[in-house]
Design a binder for this molecule. Sequence first.
Ligand SMILES: C[S@@+](CC[C@H](N)C(=O)[O-])C[C@H]1O[C@@H](n2cnc3c(N)ncnc32)[C@H](O)[C@@H]1O
Length: 427
Amino acid sequence: MSKNVRALAAKCIFNVVDKGRSLSDELPHAQAQADDKDSALLQEICFGVVRFLPELEYCVRDLVDKPLKGKQRVAHFLLLVGVYQLKYMRIPDHAALNETVSAAKPLKQFHLKGMINAVLRNYLRQKPEQSTQLPEPVEYNHPSWFIKKLKLAYPDKWQTVLNANQQKPPMWLRVNHQHYSVEQYSHLLNEANIAHQVITVAEPTILLDSAVDVAKLPAFDNGAVSVQDGAAQQAAWLLDAKAGDHVLDCCAAPGGKTCHVLELEPSITMTAIDIEDKRLSRVEENLSRLNLSATLVSADATAADWWDKKLFDRILLDAPCSATGVIRRHPDIKWLRKAEDIDALAQIQQQILQNIWQMLKPGGTLLYATCSVLPDENKAQIEQFLSKTPDASLQAITLNADDIGWQILPDEQSMDGFYYAKLTKNN
Ligand SMILES: C[S@@+](CC[C@H](N)C(=O)[O-])C[C@H]1O[C@@H](n2cnc3c(N)ncnc32)[C@H](O)[C@@H]1O
């Protein structure tokens, strides 16, 4: 494959949208084939096209004679790559157009060069104005099944959620309290001229004004700091493990929350399990960078065959979920996730919850977490569990006593969408 950035982008987007592969797997593969200097451009184009897919498809729909199918399908994505640059990037029009047209050859679509050139020129000439008549999936760049679910769940806020999902995500830092306080690390950032704010949700943490390469973060290699969204950081604070506790992190990979819990209380004994071996090795890498330790177990959390029968004081269940709260970070979720996945995920979540409840000590705490905004995986899930589990009670997290758990919507205090519920096992 050539090093043509637009060709690599079109192929990568084709693999995500048509082949159902994940953008976080496909992009590094494309970047490995590009020149280093083009890596950021490739990322911007791939994320941008996947984020604004329906809107870009709407722009070209009436400009092509007939839909591009089969072997020509990759040219469809090349057209979207072209329109994205013309609509959203600061590349001069003639450069974006010429570079996009010349990507046809490495994609083996040389015969479509003239058509691609004509469509992009027509787009520039006509630039269809956004009207209020746009179908909702085009206006909000989300699938209609998801818009429908959001409207039901958040009649007053669904548009805010959809708009938040289309923004570029901010970069948050988690300060390792074994090294520095947030205040001390904030000083180091000031000395390094890295603009940021200290934000307090449950505890103070750091939000950067713009993303930076981790290599530029003071003492990153020494484990002084990690990249983790503010919403995900709430898990360890809420779990509130105490010295000497026996803790289970269920569904732990890649280990962001495992490490945070240990940073706050290194004297605990931590067991971290995940069903995916490959992802478990990322937990190991993260622990080793931060000089922390845990017992890692590759196992299915719906079964108990891996458990030595020693009860846990605290359990964090960061359940497998639709990830609909982190769409701004992973826009491919909009196209990879299907409506029918939600019921299947809700079933697994309930199975895991019921299975690991037996592993919790009386008086112990289980923190249920998802990065979903859908009540089926969150509030409804906890209500169902409480109704079936007489020895479980819900602890309040928010100030509103009627809330079943804490639903954070995307961009609330700049955080990702997340859900937490804290359950106690009655003595
Ligand atoms: C939301 S991610 C966890 C993120 C992690 N807690 C963190 O903070 O870095 C969910 C994880 O659940 C794992 N998983 C999915 N089904 C599982 C199961 N049946 N048993 C154990 N782990 C499972 C996935 O492999 C994935 O790593």
